[in-house]
Design a protein around this ligand. Structure first.
Ligand code: NAD
Length: 431
């Protein structure tokens, strides 16, 4: 794995490449995705069927065949191995408990003059979850997307997932059953995003679309934003690791690889203050790589996008990591909690040597749908609020309008909005 010192003459150039890791030229993809969206808007289910034939390689003979029934979800759940069932329920319970703590409350506030102000929190009616399924199936993503919607109180949860060759992942169906998914469809890619944004005869139009996916899914989410809400644009996985001389290279190496094995485009970056740790970790990465089931993907990711940076001190290491703003950040130092206040930008922060990133992918409780490509500088992990919206509550008494009405009318006058001003003054004039 490439090792770079911050004192090297080409460091700035190398670091710039790390910062621009997620930049893709989406012009070509945008044109394809715009075409797909237009076809769904114009031809609904018929376009869906033809896209499935083209990309997922199976023939949909009727509208009903697009759907996955709740009976199939139940059957899949009944048939899975008991240990797997137990693991799914453990994950479900822990994710639910964590997200329940996020639930914001409606509130009202009373002022002396009789004004009542407040905020009412309401779930969206329908949420559309995109669960990727092109190259692999992700039952864990179903839990991570459905549970915050359940906690928010969303009444109708719709799932779209591609089923290449019409093969449905049974564990995904079992997870749909546990989450009481209302409707699920065997539709993927930009077509699924367009169908949930605009609705077809079979797929309902939803209010918010969440979930990860490939470049076609991400581009479609960007293009339908405004017609529906979206959670974020999540790209290829990333891990950043901060380490000092107390860290174990064997742990560091396999944790870096845990993200590299996701995708050739994934990026794994460690910043350490100890050059020996850098060298030993690089050797361990090579040792592990040979035995990984996804060696080819992980090797390409590590070779093209992986790096170990040797910093002068922890101050410099943290400053650089805040610039990278990784999706996942592991703090593998002797004092992780002391460093926490200085860490500003990361999707999820894993503290200490017994907290490997994969624990957060499945079982810890926090969401694994996280901002990538430095967007942790302004996005948060998927959370309950993605499925909620707020309404302001305002109630003025006669005393309150008498006290504040003239100031309101003056402001309306200066904006030239005479009906606004009059609507207040007509009340001030009435005794
Ligand atoms: P996917 O479900 O995102 O995409 C498959 C669909 O893409 C197909 O059904 C098809 O409709 C469309 N498609 C494929 N080729 C196309 C083409 N040439 N033109 C137009 N549309 C085309 O599945 P995937 O491809 O396996 O990608 C999943 C992605 O999601 C990966 O990058 C993975 O790392 C990521 N992921 C992220 C998380 C997370 O939480 N961040 C979790 C799971 C997966």
């Amino acid at each position: 794995m490439k090792i770079i010192k911050t004192t090297a003459s080409n460091f700035d150039e190398e670091f710039e490449n790390i910062l621009s890791r997620a930049k893709t030229d989406i012009k070509e993809v945008s044109a394809i995705v715009t075409g797909i969206i237009d076809e769904i808007v114009q031809s609904g289910n018929e376009a869906l069927k033809s896209h499935i034939q083209k990309f997922d390689k199976w023939e949909v003979k009727s509208d009903e065949e697009l759907m996955i029934s709740q009976e199939d979800m139940k059957k899949a759940y009944d048939n899975i191995d008991e240990n797997l069932k137990k693991a799914l329920h453990t994950a479900y319970d822990r994710i639910k408990k964590y997200h329940e703590k996020q639930l914001p409350k409606s509130w009202v506030d009373f002022e002396k003059n009789g004004t009542i102000l407040g905020q009412k929190v309401t779930p969206v009616d329908k949420a559309g979850l995109y669960i990727p399924g092109g190259k692999a199936a992700y039952p864990s993503s179903l839990l991570m997307n459905a549970i915050p919607a359940i906690v928010a109180g969303v009444e109708e949860i719709v799932v779209c997932t591609p089923t290449p060759n019409n093969e449905v992942n049974e564990l995904l169906l079992a997870a749909c059953h546990i989450c009481n998914v209302s409707k699920a469809f065997k539709v993927g890619g930009a077509s699924a995003i367009a169908a949930m944004a605009y609705g077809t005869k079979t797929i309902p139009k939803v209010d918010v679309i969440t979930g990860p996916g490939n470049i076609f899914v991400a581009t479609a989410k960007k293009l339908v934003f405004g017609e529906v809400n979206i959670d974020m644009i999540a790209g290829p996985s990333e891990i950043g690791v901060l380490s000092d001389s107390s860290a174990k290279p064997k742990y560091l190496a396999i944790d870096l690889l845990s993200q590299a094995e996701h995708d050739e485009m994934a990026s794994s970056i460690m910043i350490t203050v100890d050059e020996n740790i850098a060298n030993e970790t690089s050797v361990e990465v090579e040792n592990y790589l040979k035995n990984l089931s996804r060696e080819k993907i992980a090797r390409k990711s590590i070779e093209d996008r992986g790096a170990i940076i040797v910093a002068k001190d922890m101050e410099e290491a943290i400053k650089l990591m805040n610039e990278i703003a990784p999706e996942h950040l592991e703090v593998m130092t002797s004092n992780p909690f002391e460093l926490l206040p200085k860490i500003k930008h990361a999707g999820a922060i894993f503290l200490g040597e017994n907290t490997p990133e994969p624990i957060g992918d499945y079982i810890a409780g926090p969401n694994h749908t996280l901002p990538t490509g430095s967007t942790a500088k302004f996005y948060s992990p998927l959370n309950v609020e993605n499925f909620l919206k707020k309404s302001s509550i305002i109630n003025f008494s006669k005393n309150a309008i008498d006290e504040l009405g003239e100031a309101c009318a003056i402001l309306a006058d200066t904006e030239g909005l005479t009906a606004h001003a009059k609507s207040v003054r007509v009340r001030l004039e009435s005794k």
